[in-house]
Design a binder for this molecule. Structure first.
Ligand code: UD1
Length: 437
């Protein structure tokens, strides 16, 4: 995809339902460059509704979730245009429609993150209620409670939640759980609330610090983002700003998993080791050697042995723990490692669906509640499988790198939701991956 306008809808895009074919080739080598973080870019785009004028975001990934958020902003009346390969210009006019329609929220649950910004800047918001998805029900009660603490009132009817406020007022918000989305909604709303807001038990993900950096560039006064206590001094208005999105740590982990499974030596440009501490500890236990490089574009130099070692246990936790988004990638690695590992999911109850697909590829994995017991096999067996979501889809492709024969992954449009040039990057690492017509 080159520059030019973002297509009006994802249907016009090349992200139609696709299948990927993968054949094993042995060790990987080469260099890839990580795109901007999906989970930051989507929220930065949402934050742009809070400042009239022109926002410029650099290092935005060319993925279909970004197209979806662009469609959502457009449906509200904003202008969204690519002005460079990874630079997005967002123009917010004086008047907008503070509404997120069902068709778009259904396509992408992260759309809910417009709720806080709209309520703060427009005093009202109407957002379709997100349904459950492939990894279990994901309620928004914590988002609503935090916004109610700030002075929002919500009613829900006909599948929509409608919020109004005579003006938000800063307060102490204590989150029951460090929810990423609830922290972001509360933080974005808090910047325009009157007085001081503190968010306690806030999520600490690097993407939250990135959003705060952008909001501060817009004139907000946020301290402590990236720690469990975020303090916000409310301001009456924000102005547009220019910002560069942080690199995608989950994408970086995908290339680490690929070389982990296939073996070899690769370089991951742009990845930030300091955003990936805990997962790098786990990878080191498996035998993956990672060296952080410094310089103009920091990155990771990675060496993986011919076969990984199992790890006793891996458990997903809020940051700085091992992110739940890494888990399918870790399971793919452990499915071909030497020994038995136990993987525990602590965030999303049903996030094990892809395991059935890995089992179809010959993996020996047993699940019990939120635990998975993974008995590593030296090689898997290529098979037709289906990607249930973004990261699980990537994990199936990674597993196929050590499977005898060909694997065909259907539902690859899920992968395009979160990966910029997924196939191109794997090919750059020497993998034999192609799109099936
Ligand atoms: C974000 C990420 C997602 C990641 C997750 C956890 C985006 C677009 N998505 O999702 O990739 O896996 O963080 O790191 O950034 N919960 C409630 N009530 C709420 C909110 C959340 O019960 O109001 C529960 C969820 O069901 C889940 C847990 O809290 O079990 C964590 O969810 P949360 O941190 O909010 O994740 P998201 O922001 O949805």
């Amino acid at each position: 995809m080159g520059g030019g306008q973002v297509p009006a809808s994802a249907a016009e895009h090349t992200w139609e339902v696709q299948r990927l074919r993968i054949a094993p080739v042995g060790a990987l080598s080469g260099r890839v460059r990580v795109a901007g973080a999906k989970n930051s870019a989507l929220k930065l785009m949402a934050a742009a509704v809070m400042a009239r004028g022109t926002t410029v975001l650099h290092n935005v990934p060319r993925i279909s979730d970004v197209d979806c958020m662009a469609d959502l902003l457009r449906s509200m009346g904003l202008g969204v245009t690519w002005v460079g390969n990874s630079t997005l210009q967002i123009v917010r006019p004086e008047t907008i429609v503070p509404e997120a329609p069902y068709e778009l929220v259904e396509r992408m649950r992260a759309s809910i993150v417009v709720l806080g910004p709209l309520l703060a800047v427009e005093g009202r918001a109407r957002v379709a209620l997100p349904g459950g998805d492939d990894f279990g029900p994901r309620p928004i009660d914590m988002h609503l409670r935090a916004l109610e603490d700030l002075g929002g009132t919500f009613v829900s009817a006909h599948g929509y939640v409608e919020g109004t406020t005579p003006g938000l007022v800063g307060t102490r918000i204590l989150l029951e759980f460090p929810s990423v989305g609830a922290t972001e909604n509360a933080m974005m709303a808090g910047v325009l609330a009157k007085g001081t807001t503190t968010i306690e038990n806030a999520a600490r993900e690097p993407e939250i610090a990135d959003i705060a950096a952008f909001l501060n560039a817009m004139g907000a006064r946020i301290l402590g983002a990236g720690t469990s206590t975020v303090t916000i001094e409310g301001v009456s208005e924000l102005h547009p700003a220019e910002h560069t999105v942080i690199p995608d740590r989950i994408e970086a982990a995908t290339w680490l998993a690929a070389v982990g499974v296939a073996g070899g030596d690769i370089e991951i440009e742009g990845a930030r080791a300091d955003h990936m501490d805990m997962v790098l500890v786990k990878l080191a236990e498996m035998g993956v050697e990672v060296t952080a490089t410094e310089g103009q574009l920091p990155g990771l130099v990675v060496h993986a042995p011919e076969r990984l070692r199992a790890v006793d246990s891996v458990a997903t936790l809020p940051y700085p723990g091992v992110a739940t988004d890494y888990k399918p990638l870790l399971v793919a690695m452990l499915a071909t490692a030497d020994g038995v590992s136990i993987v525990t999911e602590n965030l999303f109850a049903g996030r094990f669906r892809y395991i059935d697909e890995l089992v179809r590829m010959g993996a020996d994995i047993r699940t019990e509640g939120h635990h998975a017991v993974v008995r590593g096999r030296d090689r898997l067996s290529g098979a037709p499988v289906r990607a249930p979501d973004i990261r699980a889809g990537a994990a199936l492709v990674v597993a196929a790198l050590r499977a005898d024969g060909e694997t065909v992954v259907a539902g690859a449009d899920h992968i395009a939701r979160g990966y910029d040039d997924f196939v191109g990057k794997l090919v750059a690492l020497g993998a034999d991956v192609s799109v099936v017509d």
